[in-house]
Design a protein around this ligand. Sequence first.
Ligand SMILES: NC(=O)c1ccc[n+]([C@@H]2O[C@H](COP(=O)([O-])OP(=O)(O)OC[C@H]3O[C@@H](n4cnc5c(N)ncnc54)[C@H](O)[C@@H]3O)[C@@H](O)[C@H]2O)c1
Ligand SMILES: O=c1ccn([C@@H]2O[C@H](COP(=O)(O)OP(=O)(O)O[C@H]3O[C@H](CO)[C@@H](O)[C@H](O)[C@H]3O)[C@@H](O)[C@H]2O)c(=O)[nH]1
Length: 463
Amino acid sequence: MIKSICCIGAGYVGGPTMAVIALKNPHIKVTVVDVNQERINAWNAQNLDKLPVYEPGLAEIIAQMRNVNLFFSTQVNEAIQQAEMIFISVNTPTKTYGLGKGMAADLKYVELCARQIASVATTNKIVVEKSTLPVRTASTIKSILKQSQNNVQFEILSNPEFLAEGTAINDLLNPDRVLIGGDYHTPEGKNAIAALSEIYKNWVTTDKIITTNIWSSELSKLTANAFLAQRISSINAMSAICEATEANIDEVAFAIGKDSRIGDKFLKASVGFGGSCFQKDILNLVYIAQTFGLNEVADYWQQVISMNNYQKSRFARKIVQEMFNTVSGKKIVLLGWAFKKDTNDSRESAAIDIANYLIEEQAELHIYDPKVTAQQIFTDLEKSTTIPQEELATKIKIYNHPDTIFQQAHAIVIVTEWDQFKTFNYTNIKKQMQQPAFIFDGRNILNPSEITQIGFHYIGIGK
Ligand SMILES: NC(=O)c1ccc[n+]([C@@H]2O[C@H](COP(=O)([O-])OP(=O)(O)OC[C@H]3O[C@@H](n4cnc5c(N)ncnc54)[C@H](O)[C@@H]3O)[C@@H](O)[C@H]2O)c1
Ligand SMILES: O=c1ccn([C@@H]2O[C@H](COP(=O)(O)OP(=O)(O)O[C@H]3O[C@H](CO)[C@@H](O)[C@H](O)[C@H]3O)[C@@H](O)[C@H]2O)c(=O)[nH]1
């Protein structure tokens, strides 16, 4: 039975996943390591508001398990040496250079982990791919681990993570399935699969633990994300048709969702999907297809991303068009910066594209998000715009609370579906604003007839 686990990478996946494993396996010592000292300090912060990842329910588990059987550290070598099982949970971003630039997954961090494990390990290890990886990455990891001079046996498993941010703890506690890919034809492979299954069996029923070969497991993760993102692009494509025809996208989604073959989840039309996974993983899939000469397959999946880009720019253009073709010098309130509610993560958030478009159109942006820091918002914009930093600072204002944000504003743009935005007193807000007052509801969270009755000019998605 495994007694000691190490997880390399203390990010949005490594942190919450290991917290839940520690919670459900009090007999296992779980050490989460990272090269980023600041991140580790934040995981160890006394003040739980300072944790690097915001997830409902996470702080409570950290408070309960930290320094009991859950540890956060920068001592990577020591943790590798002590562990019987090592999860690789590092980032795998889209490559920004060289071969496969803009499409392939950058595996340099994964490779570094494998090299470090190979050089440091002095006892046998089960190495688990937790990061999302291109199909057949395990063979690369295997060949690196084989270089180890220490006469150590390594068994490799793929155990992709399916948690969604904002609901990570619930997803981890109640997963639809746990997928374990491994070499089930060999006794060593079988033992490794059994060892990882044992850990999950402490809270997941056996019927939900699926075993496949390692390549199926790697590919299933990319496939799941591609299918999910495809649904959003499909409903968003329909939202454009709704706007041209007076059909209503929420009604269409409800009607088709009642078909049990289609189902009602992931049919919410929006300003476009964001987050660190969907775009990256589909680009990765497109690249894999191209590599095998499967150009039609590549083109098919590429379209999911093209449709998402179209949706974001369509929404941004609409804001300008509806406001009499100019937003120059107008105060626009942007509500929400995270890529979805209940997270502090703004990676690939649609908010970044919308903000950039409006800044280019010379609008004055006033931004509020309940969880993303002002510094993060500024950094996101700085990284994505060509406007010099000093000039950017004059074009945006970031708020810690929404108390004064609406004064003299011409328009409100809802980019993230935070529940808080639904409960604002829009009658009072309208009084503070310039007239006519516009609301662009990029998430369809408000009731259009109520908002129109207050006197707003309401524009939703697909209505
Ligand atoms: N974010 C999600 O919701 C989610 C869900 C499922 C799967 N995934 C996948 O999980 C992986 C991790 O995603 P994330 O969002 O947690 O990333 P992240 O950027 O939040 O965290 C990764 C961490 O790994 C650390 N790291 C990188 N190289 C290292 C090394 N050599 N040694 C030690 N630490 C190192 C980084 O400093 C960083 O803190 C990705 O492959 C992603 O696609 C993410
Ligand atoms: O009907 C919907 C559902 C989602 N979204 C948007 O899609 C994006 C992604 O949302 P979601 O999938 O809930 O969050 P992620 O944290 O990106 O999770 C996805 O990506 C993870 C990383 O791979 C996977 O583990 C999860 O299973 C998968 O849902 C967000 O911008 C959402 O606002 C919509 O616009 N409409």
